[in-house]
Unconditional design. Structure first.
Length: 478
């Protein structure tokens, strides 16, 4: 049985943290150097900071696919928190009667109509849907026998090729798989996975290259696969076994690479301090989900995993977790790691400024790590609030990157960036104190223009990411 955090203090890291780190390079004259104190982290980890956006419990975070500044947090007691300004301010929506002790771990924004929202969770009966941006909610999935339909982790997934097709995996009391073809308005029962395969489902995933192929993660670390859109299921080998791990092991997240969908990742949570050895960790498939094997962080309790595209590579992020009722011999809570080499080595991003949440508790459990491709932001969704990663750009200046010349022309407030060879991908502009004021996606074109008309006429730092590298320089809007 999954436990809920109630203690005043579980785990807290105290260290000196920086809010900003930024260095400025002049194009034609002096080189300016501005450096605020940086977090105390390992030497190999790039300079960064975690910026708190709210101290409210965040069991999941979702970003509007058409507006990068609109965020939703699955909170507690039937509450959804919403921000229209990328987390600066929040308002509260009630997706139920309130006061239920629930946590909303499953949330979805329909791509075809972003006013349509769906919410589910633990100690939260059924699945509710809003068609007016969260003002009102209706029950759209319930059990006719009035038994529980709960969702422990992120248990709803969208077909990337057909945004109105959704799947959910029921976490209590039956292993039901449901499908919707109208973005959650109606649901059909596709199948029931036998209790002999796993006693509880935690999450569901879809392979982006073959959307009839689904995966669920369950108790004892079981991964089951369907090749027919959820009609039939079979367990697949995890570490060479169909029931791979102790009975306390939970599998709360499965995710696939978008660049190479043959590669996927899954994480395991440890609940019993007597079964740590050989439990937990990060698992990987390299054959499209046919088999899975642990590649890192054995004996560590994890709940979150994310894949972040960075140029031509993909970085893997993991977040740790442990249940509050158990002693701290279980390693996991407060763990945040990043790997740029397929899990061979890991960088330490643990220096989160853990806050007291709205109940006065400090709980360093990471529920979701979410990379938003629209904004380029990486969010950390935890029981001590929501954070966003801030990473300064490099100080180096280079007008020939990988042999490809980048030309920048400023005419009034209009900036034109042109590449002689390597296609442009992403363009960002920062103030001299490190605030991001512009981001645009060039979509692999050779030339891209944008306006800085609404900003003051002062030096700004331009960062151009292209297919062969990164170009940096100073600009001065006129």
């Amino acid at each position: 049985m999954h436990s809920f955090p109630m203690k005043k203090f579980i785990h807290k890291i105290s260290c000196s943290r920086a809010l900003k780190y930024f260095t400025i390079v002049s194009v034609s004259v002096a080189i300016f150097f501005l450096l605020l104190c940086a977090p105390s982290i390992s030497a190999q980890t790039p300079s960064h900071s975690w910026k708190p956006l709210t101290n409210s419990r965040a069991y999941t975070v979702k970003i509007n696919p058409l507006n990068r500044n609109t965020l939703y947090i699955g909170n507690a007691d039937d509450k959804v928190l919403r921000s229209y300004d990328a987390g600066l301010t929040w308002d509260t929506l009630l997706a139920g009667s309130g006061g239920s002790g629930s946590h909303l771990s499953t949330f979805h924004i329909c791509r075809s109509d972003t006013n349509v929202l769906l919410a589910g969770g633990w100690v939260y009966q059924g699945l509710r849907r809003s068609t007016d941006g969260g003002a009102t909610w209706q029950m759209v999935l319930s059990d006719p026998a009035f038994t529980r339909i709960w969702f422990l982790s992120e248990a709803l997934v969208e077909d990337p090729n057909s945004p109105n097709i959704l799947y959910v995996s029921r976490g209590q009391v039956s292993n039901d798989i449901y499908r919707s073809k109208d973005c959650g308005a109606t649901w059909e029962l596709m199948s029931i996975i036998p209790q002999s395969v796993t006693t509880r489902l935690h999450t569901i995933a879809i392979r982006p290259d073959s959307t009839n192929i689904l995966f669920v993660g369950g108790q004892t670390g079981v991964i089951a696969r369907s090749d027919d859109s959820g009609r039939t299921w079979r367990p697949v080998p995890v570490n060479g076994k169909l029931i791979p791990l102790p009975s306390d092991a939970e599998l709360p997240k499965i995710i696939f690479s978008k660049k190479n969908p043959q590669i996927g990742y899954a994480v395991i949570t440890i609940s019993n301090p007597d079964s740590i050895a050989g439990n937990g960790g990060l698992f990987q498939t390299r054959n499209g989900g046919a088999t899975w094997n642990r590649i890192a962080l054995a004996d560590t309790s994890l709940w979150a995993v994310e894949v972040q595209p960075v140029g031509n590579r993909e970085d893997v992020w993991i977040g740790g977790f442990r249940t509050w009722t158990l002693p701290s011999v279980i390693k996991g809570d407060s763990v945040v790691r990043r790997s740029s080499d397929d899990g061979a080595t890991w960088l330490n991003y643990d220096d989160v400024p853990w806050m007291e949440n709205e109940q006065g508790n400090v709980i360093a459990n990471v529920w979701v790590i979410r990379y938003d491709t629209l904004s380029g932001r990486l969010y950390l969704s935890t029981e001590s609030g929501l954070y966003v990663l801030e990473e300064p750009v490099s100080v180096s200046e280079d007008d020939i990157t990988g042999g490809h010349h980048i030309d920048v022309q400023v005419e009034g407030s209009t900036v034109v960036v042109t590449s002689s060879a390597s296609p442009l991908q992403l363009i960002e502009v920062y103030t001299i104190v490190g605030d991001l004021v512009h981001r645009s996606y060039a979509l692999n074109t050779q030339s891209h223009s944008f306006s800085l008309d609404s900003y003051s006429r002062s030096p700004m730092y331009l960062v151009v990411r292209h297919a062969s590298g990164i170009y940096r320089t100073m600009i001065m809007p006129q």
